[in-house]
Design a protein around this ligand. Structure first.
Ligand code: FAD
Length: 431
């Protein structure tokens, strides 16, 4: 008799809640990872850096597990097919994993749970991706928050009342099932190729966090923000550990981690936001379906250096600074009046740190349609944004060196006209 631990978005051996629970269950644990064809088949790029990253990280985990005379059993199939095989070949009593709150993941987990239940196997899930989940931070009347500031206050109070502790999963690895090494697919066998994108370090940059309040808004500062996004997405760092660091070093930084939990909570309580505006009236906006202008925005050829620099940084590196995410998203939805869902999908394809909840939240914030969003009549002026947040043009010159030259495109729209058009169309929709 054994139990399985199913790794998903928690690719680490330390402070892993579900893994800890499995290891202390009293039965030997066989760790599993599934290269899920239902997810991989949807990716457009064969050099998707996120796949290379997951591949490299799971391989490291396998090496570590093998030092403990165990292994990481991997599959390249649907998750259901993987579990069908696993229950045929092993005497499985329970499957342990950490909760994932995205609608597609919830759907998948429901399917697996039903399948296992049929075989008399328990499916146990634990909180790991966030500090507080589901209804743990809610209003006194037990309804969910839809505004950030009161949510963050309650979140902090909840943390005070329920301090976090880490799970010492790393110290329990002697409870793993002793087995010989199992095979591991090459990236090519999964249908992908190595990406040359640079993955930021997972070490907590203490200096960056300490100076965060001063540096975070200036995209030219290479070390102005932590770039931990991809590690939070795939669980290669522990949110519990990071929150403890943040609480020690910078309240402004802690607030950003709370934004992450706020958007996760919004997605969990209002899963309709994946397709629809959180404020229903905003779905009456008569978006311009201008594919040519969308293309120019994607490529960073709008003629507005601040917008173009952001998009080019994204295309070249898979990262875009938060200030630019706000500027480019505002530009697409207000200046070009193009549906936030188009922009959201483009970011989802390109961002290394892509996270459904935060991306959707950020886009709906910029479009004015979301929870606690910017009011629709607040329209960023891209030139003023550049003056304020890149006063020496250092950031824009890096990505748009031809700025001011003849070959640089003329602005795709005139700011004043675009602003008036946006105000008119938005006003009509939300009246
Ligand atoms: P830091 O500034 O060092 O912050 C540390 C961590 O806190 C981040 O990695 C992230 O997990 C979290 N965080 C910071 N700011 C926010 C925020 N405003 N909302 C939610 N979480 C935050 N963040 C994503 O993680 N994935 C996305 O797909 C994503 N898409 C976005 C789209 C738009 C239109 C906007 C406006 C914002 C988006 N954000 C997204 C939020 C934010 O821009 C990024 O988290 C941040 O720029 C990542 O850089 P960093 O890792 O250096 O973050």
């Amino acid at each position: 008799k054994i139990v399985l631990f199913w790794f998903r978005r928690d690719l680490r051996l330390h402070d892993n809640h579900g893994l800890f629970q499995a290891l202390t269950s009293g039965l030997p644990v066989l760790p599993v990872f599934i290269f899920d064809t239902e997810i991989l088949e949807k990716l457009n790029s064969k050099t998707d850096a996120r796949v290379s990253f997951i591949h490299a990280e799971t391989k490291k985990i396998k090496t570590e597990l093998e030092k403990n005379e165990s292994t990481l059993k991997t599959f390249h199939s649907t998750s259901l097919d993987a579990f069908k095989k696993l229950v045929e070949t092993h005497d499985v009593v329970a499957v342990y994993s950490n909760r994932d709150y995205e609608p597609a993941a919830l759907e998948r987990d429901k399917k697996i749970k039903t399948f296992l239940k049929d075989k008399g196997i328990e499916f146990l899930q634990f909180k790991d991706q966030v500090v507080f989940e589901e209804n743990e931070v809610q209003k006194d009347d037990e309804t969910p928050y839809t505004v950030f500031t009161p949510y963050s206050k309650k979140w902090k109070k909840t943390l005070k009342d329920h301090p976090i502790s880490e799970y010492e999963s790393e110290n329990e690895l002697d409870k793993l099932l002793k087995v010989s090494s199992s095979s591991f697919p090459k990236l090519k066998e999964l249908g992908f190729e190595e990406s040359d994108a640079e993955i930021p370090s997972r070490n907590f940059p203490e200096e960056v966090i300490r100076n965060y309040a001063k540096t975070r808004d200036f995209p030219a500062e290479e070390e102005g923000t932590t770039r931990l996004g991809i590690h939070l997405r795939f669980g290669t760092v522990s949110i519990r550990r990071l929150v403890q660091k943040a609480a020690e070093l910078s309240d402004v930084f802690l607030n950003e981690l709370i934004w992450r939990e706020f958007y996760m909570s919004v997605l969990w309580h209002f899963p309709q936001v994946v397709e629809k505006a959180f404020k229903p009236k905003y779905d009456f906006i008569n978006w311009r379906k201008n594919e040519e202008e969308f293309e120019r925005w994607c490529k960073g050829e709008t003629g507005y250096p601040m917008v173009d620099a952001g998009m080019r940084q994204l295309n070249a590196t898979g990262f875009m600074h938060n200030r630019l995410r706000m500027v480019t998203a505002s530009f697409l939805t207000k200046h070009l009046l193009i549906d936030w869902r188009w922009g959201e999908a483009y970011f989802a394809e390109k961002l290394l740190d892509y996270e459904l909840a935060s991306n959707n939240g950020g886009w709906q914030w910029a479009a004015g349609s979301g929870c606690d969003a910017a009011p629709y009549f607040r329209i960023f002026n891209p030139e003023n944004q550049q003056k304020k947040f890149d006063p020496k043009d250092k950031y824009v010159m890096k990505w748009v060196p031809e700025m001011g030259m003849k070959r640089y495109p003329e602005p795709i729209v005139e700011h004043k006209e675009a602003r008036e058009r946006a105000l008119r169309i938005y006003k009509e929709a939300v009246k």
